[in-house]
Design a protein around this ligand. Sequence first.
Ligand code: CA
Length: 235
Amino acid sequence: MKTQARVLIVEDEPAIAELIAVNLRHSGFVAVLAEDGVVAQREIDAILPDLILLDWMLPGQSGLVLARKWRADARTRQVPILMLTARGDEPDKIAGLDAGADDYITKPFSTQEMLARIRAVMRRRTPDAANESVKVAELNLDAATHRVSYQEREFKLGPTEFKLLHYLMKHAERVHSRSQLLDKVWGDHVFIEERTVDVHVKRLREALGQAGSMVETVRGSGYRLTARPQVALIN
Ligand code: CA
């Protein structure tokens, strides 16, 4: 039997936090509340959550600062982060994704939307072929240990970038449209914009350094991973 997934809710509005917690518990999750970054860190140090729901506007350290901190920390690097943002704050959303959040939910949101996104993010974190290794040219990905290396040099990737790279490597040289990638990598993408794919591809390229040019943009079509990048055409 699978143990219940633990969700840490970092939200300073007690009414919103309680409402989220009640809904999560009702759906079989263990919900833990933290009203700021200090309490959240204490919870994380005690028991590592399976997912963090992170409000943008918090007293003390902002959600953005916390997302960056938890992405940089080895203990929390693989924990999916869903950011809660105010309606229509497009720059916030992109900044949140850039800081390492896996997705965002715009307030006010429905319980159904929140649960769908939580499930999608958690599914994404579990690659279907967990123990598979893939090699394309000198780029290596080990799904079991979550290690990615190029010419013996190891890279640190967030959970979404890892899954995206895994998919692109398993289907190397093929061109995938943004909507195909949302389908295969994000799984449940009803609420995710195609632009999200671009943000994660950009982050993947940056994380891969020298090997980043292997992730090619195919104008008007989408993206592909290739063993023979045409470096001059990149970006
Ligand atoms: Ca708040």
